[in-house]
Design a protein around this ligand. Structure first.
Ligand code: UDP
Length: 151
């Protein structure tokens, strides 16, 4: 089983899409092993988006990510990182394929509804950034075998 971080961004919180997004991941068969609401600040965002701090859009990205509290989730499943990135879609909502979260719910490059870790290693780093020890749980859903019949 892999773990990955999803952030439901302020664009989704403003638009009342939290439930829809959580449902998509649950319906797919991913297990929610961590979930909370938190207010992000500049310090954590500079760390999280360290690859973007020199970009001209960074100040507006900061503002956008602090506009409301966000939902952070730890999702667990076989190949969870790749599955969740596929479900998330391309960065720009206008380019993201229909059927993906961004493709279905966003028309924007910045206000693109969710963040998802892009590698197993980054998932580990990002989960440690947003969750304290003890906030991620370990359990086995009773229906797991219906999701993961052998390939
Ligand atoms: N972003 C933006 N303008 C751009 C590229 C990215 O505002 O031209 C924002 C957007 O919200 C994106 C985030 O910065 O989700 C992080 O960008 P990254 O390239 O890491 O894309 P992601 O992994 O989120 O698809």
């Amino acid at each position: 089983m892999e773990q990955t971080l999803v952030i439901i961004k302020p664009s989704a919180v403003h638009r009342g899409l939290i439930g829809d997004i959580i449902s998509r991941f649950q319906n797919k068969g991913l297990t929610i092993t961590g979930l909370k609401m938190m207010q992000l600040d500049e310090e954590i965002l500079r760390e999280h988006y360290s690859h973007l701090t020199e970009k001209p859009f960074f100040p507006s990205l900061l503002e956008s990510m602090m506009a409301t509290p966000v939902i952070v989730m730890c999702l667990e499943g076989i190949d969870a990182v790749e599955v969740v990135r596929l479900m998330t879609g391309a960065t720009n909502g206008r380019k993201a394929l229909p059927g993906t979260i961004r493709g279905d719910l966003s028309m924007s490059g910045q206000e693109n509804i969710v963040h998802a870790s892009d590698s197993v290693e980054n998932g580990r780093i990002e989960l440690a950034r947003f969750f304290k020890p003890g906030e991620i749980f370990s359990y086995r859903p009773a229906n797991l075998r219906f999701y993961y019949a052998p390939d």
